[in-house]
Every structure is written in C-alpha cells, then in structure tokens.
Design a protein around this ligand. Structure first.
Ligand SMILES: [Zn+2]
Length: 105
C-alpha cells in the first residue's frame, strides 16, 4: 500500500492540527537491543551452544502436511508521526492495520 510522506494530524503537544512527517517505526527484538544478555542468540553462539545436535530433543520434524498451519503474510503497520511545529513524535491511536508492503510516495 502507498502512503503519503506528510499528513495533517492533531498534535497532542501543540493541541492543534499541524503537518506531520510519517515515519515507519521498527520494532526491535530483545536480541537486537541486548545482544549479549542471558539467553540471547549471540551469547549462545559464543558458548558454542548453537549449531550441532539438538540436545536430546526430537530427531524428526513434525508432520505438517495433515495440520493446518501457515504464517501470516502481512505485518501490522507501526507508524510514527513527527510534528513539524514542535518536532515531537507520537504514534497511532489504534494499533495499526495489516498490510503486506509499505511504500511512501
Ligand atoms: Zn506539535
């Protein structure tokens, strides 16, 4: 879906409608924000716990053909709006909506 780069929106800081820059916020996972924390992927790799063997778990993959399964092909939008007046940022009131692809015009 295509979205405009700027948009008139209500700013809760200025308490009036101003032009806002639309930015796409990206949600970072725990492994990105804390790369060397306990149980993180990088730390496991560091200790050599990642890669060979499956630590006494299943040796065969589950039969998936009989089950209904599927990943979602779209992601929820995470827009941030930057006010042109006070340069403060605020998010969407609702949690966003599902789209496959985001494009800014
Ligand atoms: Zn503002």
């Amino acid at each position: 879906m295509k979205f405009p780069k700027t948009r008139n929106k209500y700013c809760p800081f200025c308490k009036k409608h101003t032009e806002h820059k639309v930015l796409e916020g990206k949600k970072k996972g725990r492994n990105d924000t804390h790369p060397m924390s306990r149980g993180s992927r990088q730390r496991l790799k560091h200790r050599g716990k990642l890669g060979i063997g499956n630590h006494g778990k299943y040796s065969m993959p589950p039969i998936l053909s009989r089950r209904m399964f599927g990943r979602k092909t779209s992601k929820k939008t995470d827009f941030r709006f930057e006010c042109s007046g006070c340069k403060k940022m605020h998010g969407m009131a609702n949690g966003g909506f599902r789209v496959r692809k985001i494009e800014f015009k």
